[in-house]
Write a protein that binds this ligand. Sequence first.
Ligand SMILES: C[S@@+](CC[C@H](N)C(=O)[O-])C[C@H]1O[C@@H](n2cnc3c(N)ncnc32)[C@H](O)[C@@H]1O
Length: 214
Amino acid sequence: MSFIVESKVEEYAEEHSTPSLELFDRLAAETREKTTAPQMMVGRIEGHLLAELVRLSRARRVLELGTFTGYSSISMALALPPGGRVITCDVNEETTDIARRYAEEAGVADRIDFRLGPALETIAKLDGPFDLVFIDADKPNYVNYYEATLPLLADDGVMIADNTLWSGRVADPDDTDESTEAIRALNDRVRDDPRVENVLLTVRDGMNVIRRRR
Ligand SMILES: C[S@@+](CC[C@H](N)C(=O)[O-])C[C@H]1O[C@@H](n2cnc3c(N)ncnc32)[C@H](O)[C@@H]1O
């Protein structure tokens, strides 16, 4: 995965944003050392933006699909008001263990409910409403995740689908890879769906920010 924003511009933006907690640097370093695809982490700018979206939307109940090593779930949990909760799920036990450890250290372990198992099975067991849903698991299921979680989203609730520009590949008509096609299908579905309003942001690898209409 390569990102849309040039690395020196991303670094400049990081240097001119409020610094994140030092534990995120260690979490990122451990993720680089122990996993084969550390670029899956949302990183500083997107982690910070997710936290601000939680604050600005006054979210109390958050659902995340795709925990990985916890960068995004911990970022969002730190932004919750007292009593707020993140439910996050993943199929990978090892990376979830890393996430649990850093959540403890960040003091938000009691605000994060880590679930192991395929996201569609986890969603099927949940009741809404959620104020914010962050979709960041396997790309071929993106339309399924959208359709399964939209009914669980509160009126005016926010859904964010990550990697929705897929290193720019969505705009290359010759790219017919399964994940590229799946992300295109989601972006088309969202744009044409009268139940929602959205803006597809060119932040990091593309964030489709979707609001459920009242
Ligand atoms: C892009 S990473 C998530 C990154 C994470 N949000 C972060 O900021 O660090 C995608 C994650 O989705 C998980 N995943 C893949 N297929 C899944 C499925 N069917 N259900 C739940 N999680 C899945 C992978 O194990 C991986 O950890």
